[in-house]
Design a binder for this molecule. Structure first.
Ligand SMILES: [Zn+2]
Length: 82
């Protein structure tokens, strides 16, 4: 499988994608996580929840006036449907 030139990984503490610069997880990151955790949706949710806790701490430190709500961004897309 070809490896992408720029991995779609979070750039801390801004939590933007190293590959495409949008808020992480970007679309390619979601796709690769879905294939990585295929058949293990619980594992994916746990991983994302850990990332979300870390992101919330770091983003909160950057911007103490605001407590970011990251549930939609990190978790909503990964919930099993139906
Ligand atoms: Zn990306």
């Amino acid at each position: 499988m070809p490896r992408p030139g720029r991995p779609h990984l979070p750039m801390r503490p801004l939590w933007r994608c190293r590959g495409c610069g949008v808020e992480w997880p970007c679309q390619p990151a979601k796709l690769s996580l879905l294939s990585e955790y295929q058949g293990n949706r619980t594992g994916l949710i746990i991983y994302l929840a850990q990332q979300m806790v870390e992101a919330r701490d770091q983003l909160h430190q950057l911007n103490p006036d605001k407590m970011p709500d990251l549930t939609e961004r990190f978790l909503a897309w990964a919930r099993p449907r139906g």
